[in-house]
Ligand binder design. Sequence first.
Ligand SMILES: NC(=O)c1ccc[n+]([C@@H]2O[C@H](COP(=O)([O-])OP(=O)(O)OC[C@H]3O[C@@H](n4cnc5c(N)ncnc54)[C@H](O)[C@@H]3O)[C@@H](O)[C@H]2O)c1
Length: 460
Amino acid sequence: MDSNNNGISRRELGKRVGAIAAASALAGIVIPTVHAAENSTIQVALIGCGGRGTGAASDALHAKGPTIKLVAMADVFKDRQDNSYAALSGNKEIAPRVDVPPERRFIGFDAYKKAMDCLKPGDVAIFATPLAFRWVHFGYAIEKGLNVFMEKPLSADGSSSRKLLKLGEEAQSKNLKVAVGLMSRHSRSLEELSKRIGDGAIGEIILMRGYRMHGPAATFRSTPKPANISELDYQIRRFHSFIWASGGCFNDFYIHHIDHLCWMKNAWPVKAQAVGGRHYKTADDGTPYVDQNFDSYGVEYTFADGTKLNFDGRCMDGAQEIYSSHLHGTKGCAISSPGGDCGSPSTIFKGLAETKENQVWQSTVQSNPYLNEWQDLIDAIVQDKPYSELKRGVEASLVCNMGRMAAHTGHEVTFDQVLNSDHVFAPDVDKMTESSPAPVLADANGMYPKPEPGKKKREY
Ligand SMILES: NC(=O)c1ccc[n+]([C@@H]2O[C@H](COP(=O)([O-])OP(=O)(O)OC[C@H]3O[C@@H](n4cnc5c(N)ncnc54)[C@H](O)[C@@H]3O)[C@@H](O)[C@H]2O)c1
């Protein structure tokens, strides 16, 4: 669902719209200059060569300005890297800038270091592995003086969120640029909507709604591990099924709506309560689904001023598909995304009903947020502007953790609780090797520990 082996995700092909990033400013801080644009060439290393990583590398090579070259690739699986290299080097438009001979294609859990060792300070590392490895890879990039583009989501638990926030400060003190793949923030139509809402176009926001409901996508559900693959490999290949690796389908699929609706409100919610469950526990032939996800989630987030954000997520065949986001204010309402994670056009209406007669504004700008996010990063590097989306990316991830945890425990959860939570999902992920035990183990029936709301204090 998210991406194909040509390196261009379906989402990327589907939605070409956008707004600009709000890069956070570092007012008044004296920072050293580290930017690779001095010799007009920026080198890029891709770490995590799956669908999105391949797409992100392609987007990087499309950015305008300095010459951008892909020079190194790292993955834990050779088949994934081979597919990615074939897609990138087989794309005539970017092939001349794909310079990754076999000796700069690295495989293994330490491959990230070897790929980043091929770069010089001021170059860019792309992180597109499952989120469990973000803080590990980010720490090494900072040591090497590298700018970073890291895919969403960033963290599944409090411990890795806190580590990332600390690293984010270190990166800023070293003047490193950090982009996070929440591409809605680079949708030009959402930027225009945000400005208009800020200017009072719908009055005070009192309610927001997000829906991502479609069939089972990516590796949302898993059947018992086959004998011919190790436990760790299975969990990494099927990362959406495992909370330690991805935050589950909740973080991975739902973060975009949650993030861009919070952007419109210009705040993060302070608490969440939620319902959720797994309706379909077996395939039609009776094979059990063994992953850690619910197939339905309904979360009510509350902001400090009492505003609500309701988010419904569902992965289920045959049920109605709804994939859109909406806002309600004291003077009117708006559709932020009519389809997809950040589709266009965005529309503002007077009154309560989203009707043609009530429509007062609709965005007209068409641009691709996946290309915009790269152009904005490259411009920041070339112009040496402070640029960090890290804190915002961690906060959006924490808000996802809050909703997921509320559904999985059956209890209200606050932002402070998720930030300070001591449940570490992937201890020692920085020391992980091929022979490490997997962070969760299956029982005799192949079932992984799953949430049981009301019964367990923790998620599993
Ligand atoms: N912004 C978006 O719209 C968007 C779209 C799709 C995916 N994503 C994000 O991108 C990330 C990757 O998703 P994907 O769909 O490309 O998954 P994928 O499985 O296609 O790719 C992940 C790749 O990372 C590799 N990998 C795993 N652990 C690694 C490690 N420790 N070191 C090196 N390589 C490792 C895997 O082998 C695989 O090739 C996820 O965080 C996902 O949420 C974002």
